[in-house]
Ligand binder design. Structure first.
Ligand SMILES: Cc1cc2nc3c(=O)[nH]c(=O)nc-3n(C[C@H](O)[C@H](O)[C@H](O)COP(=O)(O)O)c2cc1C
Length: 336
């Protein structure tokens, strides 16, 4: 019998409860927009009713404004895109004085993404913004592949992550979400380090380091040699990292990478994610996140599932299906 049959009879979509908890934060549904792909949110308010989303994760803000990397910053690839934006952002002062008041007017649930080249810089950001009433939670960007300092490689060290989270945790009463890079030997190590340091949740994952060469000009298609790969091309990779991270820690994990429809989102939830983020798909369809909410609701209703929270982690690890490679067996043994 197929797994779907076990879920029972359909129910009206309006009966499905999509609310989820991320630490102390209750979200009306598990769909968030991903940092850097939805501006600061207000730019999209004329096409998307932000109140219909679980929340928006704003563009990573740093203490000082950053101009970002030299062009070219975007290149299309098969099933995805490479970017080397390099954390262009308005800086802390303008984020606080211009962006947060505008988002409060729009009644969006705001998760502010913060980034720093050092632990000190992250501490400065949280000291300044930690008690802002307009910020529901913080996402700490430990995973940007496109900056020369303080990027994914710098933050790939579990001991550095743990020490930094320990220092940041007391600086805000809001949930702190650590956003992880997929480009590490074992994401379980970085996930557990953040949890040990006091993270309330994780986001898995940021973009994968990638390259594209224009052979005729023998030049990178980006202004830098490498960029971050995102979009449908990375979904299977991101799903695997998210599944691993979710089974390694007790805190909620938010899935990110290639989500473009309700079924994609539900794959992440089945793999153990509490919520998902949508990034690149927004460039093709600005209101995609709202469609994803509706599609999730309909799929769950048609399978008789009344609470998305009950669907979380329902995918049984391949070991249980008797076809596991060694790593997946090891993963199943690690389950709490
Ligand atoms: C153009 C662009 C800019 C991004 N900027 C940021 C950023 O500032 N901070 C961050 O944490 N992630 C950033 N990301 C990564 C996304 O938030 C997301 O984690 C990643 O793209 C994978 O999801 P997707 O496949 O749905 O796009 C950016 C991605 C893109 C494509």
């Amino acid at each position: 019998m197929s797994r779907a049959r076990e879920w029972g009879r359909g129910i009206p979509p309006r009966r499905v409860d999509l609310s989820v908890r991320i630490g102390s934060l209750e979200l009306r549904n598990p769909v968030l927009t991903a940092s850097g792909t939805f501006g600061y949110g207000d730019e999209y308010a004329h096409v998307v009713d932000l109140r219909r989303l679980g929340g928006i994760v704003t563009k990573t803000v740093t203490v000082r404004p950053r101009p970002g990397n030299a062009p070219t910053r975007i290149a299309e690839t098969a099933g995805g895109m490479l970017n080397s934006i390099g954390l262009e952002n308005v800086g802390l002062a303008r984020f606080r004085s211009e962006k947060l008041p505008r988002l409060a007017e729009l009644k969006a649930t705001v998760i502010a993404s913060v980034g720093g080249e050092t632990e000190d810089e992250l501490a400065e950001l949280l000291e300044a913004l930690g008690a802002e009433p307009g910020v529901a939670a913080f996402e700490i960007n430990f995973s940007c592949p496109n900056v020369a300092a303080g990027g994914a490689r710098y933050w790939a060290s579990p001991s550095r992550l743990e020490a930094t989270m320990r220092r940041l945790r007391p600086l805000s009463p809001r949930p702190l979400i650590a956003k992880l890079s997929p480009d590490v030997t074992d994401i379980r190590d970085t996930a557990r380090a953040c949890e040990a340091g006091g993270a309330d949740a994780l986001t898995a994952v940021n973009t994968f380091v990638g390259m594209s060469i224009d052979l005729d000009r023998m030049r990178s298609r980006l202004g830098r040699a490498t960029g971050g790969l995102s979009g449908p091309a990375i979904k299977p990779l991101a799903l695997a990292r998210c599944h691993e991270a979710a089974h390694a820690v007790g805190i909620p994990v938010i899935g990110s990478g290639g989500v473009a429809g309700g079924r994609d989102a539900l794959e992440f939830i089945a793999a153990g994610a509490a919520a998902v983020q949508i990034g690149t798909a927004t460039f093709v369809e600005p209101a995609v996140a709202v469609r994803v909410v509706d599609e999730m609701r309909e799929w769950l209703a048609s399978h008789g599932i009344t609470r998305v929270a009950d669907f979380r982690g329902t995918f049984a690890a391949p070991a249980a299906q008797g076809c596991a490679p060694a790593d997946a067996r090891e993963l199943a043994e690690d389950r709490p």
